[in-house]
Design a protein around this ligand. Structure first.
Ligand code: PLP
Length: 397
């Protein structure tokens, strides 16, 4: 069989077989509604309680601070809209960054259209937010700071603990979208002074369509879905029991092997980065150096090439990557993250994100390194953009 290498784990992961096994009984024999008081539903209630504890344990929270959602997008929406709605008598100013996932960015824009004043902070060339910029942006009306834990496109990890300490001191709520970070890097919501944190199961070998919002005890935000009494009446709807069980099983499984798997994946990622930078002329690595970057993320720009055509060529070779984030592929606009770190349109359009996961081997990386340079070379030979670029360089000599 020809090689197939999936390198889009930041878009989504497979569901681990152990996780599927844990979920299965809750589709079939244990299907009772957890809100029903008969003993038949007892197993479901207990399973939800166990999952809540599993999530809490991994991020240093207590179980009653975990609220299940339909995924990262919903958790982000709840955090921002909930904090804005509840905090509006105190102030209407929100601080976030230009490199957030659209789940935060578009929610912040919605709030802006509805009377809130939002500051979208710049980041540096490696995608890092500067605490001083947050400090300067704060006014007496600031009610919320939302800064992602790690970026989904370029993998840069933010100085979350510093931001948390600052916000706590100022009495401003601090939310972090940790969808790409949970179970991949250590997180302690208490030590990092995080008031709200979003996570999503399908980024760590759990099922799609389930996530959670951590809400620190005492944090005043509005309830999200009105209806029944589920999730303490804060997020109504009959619980997605198999999904919640899957989330719990996946977070325990993935974080349990993190100390072994993250360094292993990080080494393969570094091998990929070094190989690409050595074998492809004029390649650019986007994002921060290894220590401040998610262990599974590599993001490059190849001047003279369209990311979309690169993806198609890679697809033909059995390699699956992405350009920008999966959610925005199909759009012709360059990635807002790559623009925010100062890339030209040409470089942003020529970007390739490769994200590694549990099943990636050295052989897979070797295969990519033996395939990608030829594809880039071939595409550049046909590219007027590349020709112009070379002329510019040669003219500048
Ligand atoms: N936030 C970040 C940083 C993400 O990477 C994603 C998904 O790619 C989301 C939020 C949305 O998560 P979900 O797909 O669970 O709604």
């Amino acid at each position: 069989m020809s090689m197939q290498v999936y390198l889009d784990y930041a878009a989504t992961t497979f569901t681990a077989p152990e996780v599927v096994t844990a979920m299965t009984p809750f589709f079939t024999e244990s299907f009772g509604n957890p809100s029903s008081i008969y003993s038949f539903s007892e197993r479901n209630r207990k399973a939800i309680a166990k999952a809540r504890q599993q999530v809490a344990d991994v991020i240093g929270a207590s179980a009653d601070e975990i609220f299940f959602t339909s995924g990262g997008t919903e958790a982000d929406n709840w955090a921002l809209k909930g904090a804005a709605w509840r905090g509006r008598s105190k102030g209407n100013h929100i601080i976030t960054t230009k490199i957030e996932h659209h789940a935060v960015l578009h929610t912040a824009q919605f709030l802006q259209e509805n009377g809130f004043d939002v500051t979208f902070l710049d980041v540096d060339a490696e995608g890092r937010v500067n605490l001083d910029d947050i400090r300067k942006a704060v006014t007496e009306k600031t009610i919320l700071v939302s800064v992602m834990f790690a970026n989904n496109e370029i993998g840069t990890i933010q100085p979350v603990a510093e931001i948390g300490a600052f916000c706590r001191e100022k009495g401003i709520l601090f939310h972090t979208d940790a969808v790409q970070a949970v179970a991949h890097v250590p997180i302690d919501v208490k030590a990092m002074n995080i008031d709200m944190l979003s996570l999503s199961a399908h980024k760590f070998y759990g099922p799609k369509g389930v996530g959670a919002l951590y809400i620190r005890k005492g944090t005043r935000i509005e309830n999200f879905m009105h209806g029944g009494g589920q999730e303490k009446g804060r997020r109504a709807t009959t619980e997605n029991v198999p999904g919640i069980v899957g989330l719990g099983a996946a977070i325990e499984l993935t974080s349990g092997r993190m100390s072994e798997s993250s360094p292993r994946i990080g080494k393969l990622r570094d091998m990929l980065i070094e190989g690409v930078m050595e074998s492809i002329p004029h390649a650019k690595l986007n994002g921060a150096p290894s220590g401040e970057r998610l262990p599974n993320n590599a993001n490059f720009s190849f001047i003279g090439i369209e990311g979309e055509t690169l993806l198609l060529d890679l697809d033909s070779a059995g390699i699956y990557g992405s350009t920008g984030s999966a959610c925005s592929s199909g759009s012709l606009d360059p990635s807002h993250v790559l623009m925010a770190i100062g890339l030209s349109h040409e470089l942003a359009h020529g970007s390739l994100r490769l994200t590694l996961g549990e099943e990636i081997t050295e052989e897979d990386i070797q295969y990519v390194l033996s395939t990608l340079p030829g594809i880039v070379k071939h595409r550049r030979e046909m590219s007027p953009l590349w020709e112009d670029y070379m002329k510019k360089i040669e003219g500048g000599r």
